[in-house]
Design a protein around this ligand. Structure first.
Ligand SMILES: Nc1nc2c(ncn2[C@@H]2O[C@H](COP(=O)(O)OP(=O)(O)OP(=O)(O)O)[C@@H](O)[C@H]2O)c(=O)[nH]1
Length: 233
């Protein structure tokens, strides 16, 4: 067994309406990049990336699942949720309907998550478009509070708040032992307990010189397809 297999894996899911910027949040977090509108495509099924992260001198592997917002591209939905320890529920602060749809996403989450302790972060994205904003910070905060969740506003475009959203999520997972001591199906159980609330640091993979890699085979292993579509409809 390779040393990397000793690093506990935390499974995180990105959900929310189409075009709120889930794929962009993931790309910003894993590669610190942002694609212009004409370069982005709707997610079909699920995309999947892994990133190393360090919390209180302990390394974790985040397997982050980026799901399709468009109903017609959502297949095997329950499989995405299986074993997830953290969920980011995203909306677009410039599109009221994506905020109004949040209760529907929470219903799906309640239906399919396999742990009552799953950590949730409500993320309002695209705060760089301040002039087009229609959902206030207060509305976002109040909704998250009502749902008992963390709340962060972000801009995947400008790189604002994105690392903070993932850090908050990971910190909360690490401080909830019932979650991370039972890893996702097929993954190793970590050997020791972490203190909660410690700052997360993004760990560079010294052998690769960067911090992320795409593991599409991992998705195939779960029986899920990965594809990108050029349709912006
Ligand atoms: N201005 C601005 N645009 C953004 C931001 N994040 C994403 N976008 C744009 O919003 C559009 C949709 O982004 P995606 O990341 O593909 O959205 P998605 O939620 O993954 O969409 P689906 O795959 O359909 O579920 C693209 O044109 C992005 O360039 C942001 O923070 N600010």
């Amino acid at each position: 067994m390779s040393a990397s297999n000793d690093v506990p894996t935390l499974k995180i899911l990105l959900i929310g309406a189409s075009s709120v910027g889930k794929s962009s949040l993931l790309l910003r977090f894993t590669d610190d990049e942002f694609l212009a509108s004409e370069e982005t495509t709707a997610t079909i099924g699920v995309d999947y990336r892994i990133k190393g992260i360090e919390v209180g001198r302990k390394r974790f592997k985040l397997s982050i699942w980026d799901t399709a917002g468009q109903e017609r591209f959502r297949t095997l939905t329950s499989s995405y949720y299986r074993g997830a320890q953290g969920v980011i529920i995203a909306y677009d602060v410039t599109q009221r309907d994506t905020f109004d749809a949040l209760p529907t996403w929470f219903n799906e989450l309640e239906t399919f998550t396999t742990s009552d302790d799953v950590v949730k972060v409500v993320v309002g994205n695209k705060v760089d478009k301040e002039l087009s904003r229609v959902v206030t910070t207060k509305e976002g905060e109040e909704f998250a509070e009502k749902m008992g969740c963390l709340f962060v506003e972000c801009s995947a475009k400008k790189g604002v708040g994105v690392n903070g959203a993932f850090d908050e999520l990971v910190n909360r997972i690490v401080s909830t032992p019932s979650l991370w001591q039972k890893t996702a199906p097929g993954e190793r159980r970590p050997g020791d307990r972490m203190p909660g609330g410690v700052p997360a640091a993004h760990a560079a993979d010294s052998s690769r010189g960067n911090i992320s890699l795409t593991d599409r085979e991992g998705v195939v292993g779960y029986g899920l397809g990965v594809a990108r579509d050029n349709c912006n409809c």
